[in-house]
Design a protein around this ligand. Sequence first.
Ligand SMILES: [Zn+2]
Length: 228
Amino acid sequence: MTSLQSPYNDMLDNSTFVKYDYRSGGSSDNDKLRAALRGQDPLIYFEALRSGVYAAHYPVYVVADDPAAEVFTIAMEESLRFFGDPANMSIDQRRYAERTVKARLHQPAFRAKVMHAYEDSCAICSLRHLELLDAAHIIADHEVTGFASVTNGLALCKIHHAAYDRNLLGISPDYRIHIDNDLLDEVDGPMLRHGLQDMHGGSLNLPKRRAELPSTEALALRFEQFAA
Ligand SMILES: [Zn+2]
């Protein structure tokens, strides 16, 4: 298995396939990619988000080698490799491919952007343990209004993500935290007391950059579900 890095000019030709330029200077990377094409070996593709920061996509597959253009074609989702070279795909196959890969391809980049905006910290409780943090969507990804922009995201720890998804915890458009009324009345251990009830009425820890603030429209739409 080879790790690809993309510090060069690997443009996403659409959301399904990546054109990957031959490495220059007689690099053995090109031979490895040809071998991966023959063997249909899974690879990891590191998409450069900004200097030194990558989103990992796995598994991806080399599906075509164009020596004239000195470029490989990488399928960004496993099922796409069975179509082979996208140049020979039918319109139906291409539509299927784009639909299949859309959500998955954007997920790693979405997480990386959200974690960066919130400085690897839960927006509710400030927990700073990446392995316990999720990039939560304000409006679910599968809904028409859901979108993979950082402004539709919140960095939440596992417990606050689950509570938000189940409307046990709400966030109003003025960035205030609300805990479900029934939950406020319950008596239980320290997780309920400190982890949830104590958060009621507090305000969200927000990204420093204005452009990364959670969308108040999205929060308002979502808060209606909590309030109902
Ligand atoms: Zn939290």
